[in-house]
Write a protein that binds this ligand. Structure first.
Ligand SMILES: [Zn+2]
Length: 484
C-alpha cells in the first residue's frame, strides 16, 4: 500500500507484513479487536514525533515543586507542570491517582490529555538504580559516573552517551562491553582503544577504524607490542588532543543494519526502531520504538519504554513490568492503563481514575471510538504537548530545525526567534517570559521585569545581546591602566 505522509508529503510504503503487525498489536476488549490503523506519517516523521519527547542531555538546576529543595533536572525551572525531586516522586508520598479526571466525549482526547499533563508532577530525572551518578540522565545502573547519558550498567565512566556494560571509559559514543577506552565510537568488546571508530573485540588500538579481533594497531597498521607503545607515546607527545581528534575524525558511514532498525541489539521481527538495548532475552515484535528495550515485546510507536514491558502502544516513558498500556506517560509497574500520567503500581485506570476491571473494559472501547471519530486513534502524541522544547530534544539532533520552521511552530523552541522590535513602545511585558538568543554569541538570556520597566521608562531599545556579551563590549572600550 502506498501512502503520502501527512506531515512531510513524502510517499511511503506499507507492506502486508506491516499491516499484519498493526493487527497483531491491536488491543482486544470484551472479545473485540480495536484495529490500530496503518500510520498516516512516514517512518522518519514518526521517529521525529517520538524523539521530540526525549531530552537526553540537557540538565538544569531548579527547585523541587514539593519541598523547594534545589535539584538537578532535565526539566527547566519554568515548566507548566510540577517537578518533584526524584526520591520524593518515587516514594509513597506521591500518588498520581489524586489527579484523576473523568473522560469527556465533548472534547478531543489529546486536549484532555494535555490538560492532565499540566497538573501531574514528574520525577526530576529519568533514571533508575544509580550510585554516585547525580549528573547523569536517561540511564540506569550507573556507578560513579558523570555526565553520562542514555547508558546503562557502567562503572567509573564520564562524558559518554549510549555506553553499556563498560568500565573506566571517557568520551565514548555507542560503545558496549568495553574497558579503558577514550574517544571511541560505534564499538564493542574493546580494551585500551583510543581515538578509534567501529572496532569489535579489539585491544590496544589507536586512531583506527573498522577492525575486528585486532591488537596493537596504530592508524590501522599492525605493530609489535613494543613498537605500538612507542608509536602511541611519541604521537601523543607531539600532538594536542584537538589535533589527534581532527586527524582521526571519521566521516559518517551508513548503518549496515537492515535499514529499518538502527543501533539496536537483540531485536527480532522489528522495524523502525532506534537504540534498543539488550535485556535477558531477545526483544521481539516491536515497530516504531525509540529507546530503550531491555525485554520489550509486542509494542508499537513508543519512546523510552522497556524493562520487561509488553503489549503497549503510543506511550512515552513507560517502563518496569508494564503491559497493556496505551496513550500514557511516566507510568511504571502497572498494567491496563489508558491516557494516564505518573502512575506507579496501578491497573485499570483511565485518565488516572481507578475503575473496576469490568468498567475499564467497557469504557476504553468508547474512548477508542471517540478517538476514531476525532482522527486521533493510531496517532502518536502531538509534538506540541511535549514537556520539552524542540531543540532540547534528540529530534533536533536527527531532524534539525530552526525556530522559524513550520514544524517547530507547533512545539516550543528554546531561545526561539523572538523578534525584538527596535521601538520599545511596541514591546509588551511578555518579553520577560521569553528565552532570547544572543545575536552575537548564541547564548540564551532573559529580560528581567525590572529591566524591562527600566528600558521602558528610559525609552531605550531592548538589547539583542546577552549580559556577558554586553560586558565584553564595555571591556573592549576600557581605558587600559598600567601599573608602573
Ligand atoms: Zn513524513
Amino acid at each position: 500500500m502506498e501512502k503520502t505522509c501527512k506531515q512531510c508529503s513524502a510517499d511511503f510504503i506499507i507492506t502486508t507484513e506491516d499491516l499484519d503487525f498493526y493487527t497483531k498489536v491491536s488491543p482486544v476488549f470484551q472479545g473485540q479487536k480495536y484495529e490500530i490503523p496503518a500510520p498516516s506519517c512516514c517512518p522518519d516523521c514518526r521517529q521525529q514525533q517520538r524523539l521530540a519527547f526525549r531530552n537526553e542531555r540537557k540538565m538544569y538546576v531548579r527547585k523541587c515543586d514539593s519541598s523547594n529543595k534545589i535539584i538537578v533536572s532535565h526539566f527547566k525551572a519554568d515548566t507548566k507542570f510540577p517537578v518533584y525531586d526524584y526520591d520524593l516522586w518515587w516514594s509513597n508520598l506521591f500518588d498520581g491517582i489524586k489527579y484523576q479526571k473523568e473522560y469527556r466525549f465533548d472534547i478531543n482526547f489529546f486536549q484532555q490529555f494535555n490538560s492532565l499533563l499540566q497538573k501531574v508532577p514528574w520525577a526530576s530525572k529519568s533514571t533508575s538504580d544509580m550510585k554516585n551518578s547525580d549528573y547523569c540522565n536517561n540511564s540506569s545502573f550507573l556507578d560513579n559516573c558523570y555526565l553520562v547519558f542514555d547508558s546503562s550498567k557502567n562503572k567509573n565512566c564520564y562524558y559518554s552517551t549510549t555506553l553499556c556494560r563498560s568500565e573506566d571509559c571517557f568520551d565514548c559514543f555507542r560503545v558496549y562491553d568495553s574497558k579503558n577506552c577514550y574517544f571511541l565510537s560505534h564499538s564493542s568488546d574493546c580494551t585500551n582503544c583510543l581515538f578509534s571508530h567501529n572496532l569489535t573485540n579489539c585491544t590496544d588500538c589507536f586512531g583506527s577504524n573498522n577492525l575486528k579481533d585486532k591488537q596493537f594497531y596504530f592508524f590501522n597498521q599492525e605493530y609489535t607490542e613494543v613498537e605500538y607503545h612507542e608509536k602511541v607515546s611519541a604521537y601523543t607527545k607531539e600532538h594536542s588532543h584537538e589535533e589527534i581528534s581532527k586527524e582521526t575524525k571519521q566521516k559518517p558511514v551508513k548503518n549496515d543494519n537492515d535499514n529499518t532498525c538502527y543501533f539496536s541489539e537483540s531485536l527480532e521481527n522489528s522495524k523502525y526502531c532506534l537504540n534498543i538495548q539488550k535485556g535477558q532475552k531477545v526483544s521481539k515484535n516491536n515497530y516504531d520504538i525509540s529507546h530503550f528495550g531491555f525485554d520489550l515485546n509486542n509494542s508499537y510507536h513508543c519512546t523510552q519504554v522497556g524493562l520487561n514491558t509488553t503489549d503497549s502502544a503510543f506511550c512515552y516513558y513507560v517502563w518496569g513490568n508494564c503491559h497493556n498500556i496505551y496513550y500514557s506517560m511516566s507510568c511504571h509497574n502497572s498494567h491496563h492503563l489508558f491516557g494516564c500520567i505518573g502512575l506507579k503500581n496501578k491497573k485499570y485506570c483511565i485518565f488516572n481514575k481507578q475503575y473496576t476491571e469490568i468498567s475499564y473494559n467497557e469504557l476504553v472501547p468508547k474512548v477508542i471510538n471517540h478517538m476514531q471519530k476525532t482522527g486521533e486513534w493510531g496517532e502518536f502524541f502531538p509534538m506540541n504537548i511535549s514537556p520539552f522544547d524542540y531543540n532540547e530534544t534528540v529530534a533536533q539532533e536527527y531532524y534539525p530545525r530552526d525556530g522559524d520552521d513550520t514544524i517547530t511552530k507547533t512545539q516550543n523552541y528554546l531561545g526561539s526567534k523572538y523578534i525584538i522590535d527596535p521601538d520599545i513602545q511596541n514591546i509588551t511585558p511578555d518579553i520577560c517570559e521569553q528565552v532570547l538568543t544572543c545575536e552575537h554569541s548564541g547564548e540564551l538570556y532573559k529580560i528581567l521585569p525590572q529591566e524591562f520597566r527600566f528600558y521602558k521608562t528610559m525609552a531605550l531599545p531592548i538589547p539583542r545581546i546577552c549580559p556577558e556579551q554586553r560586558y565584553k563590549e564595555r571591556q573592549e572600550k576600557r581605558i587600559i591602566d598600567k601599573l608602573l
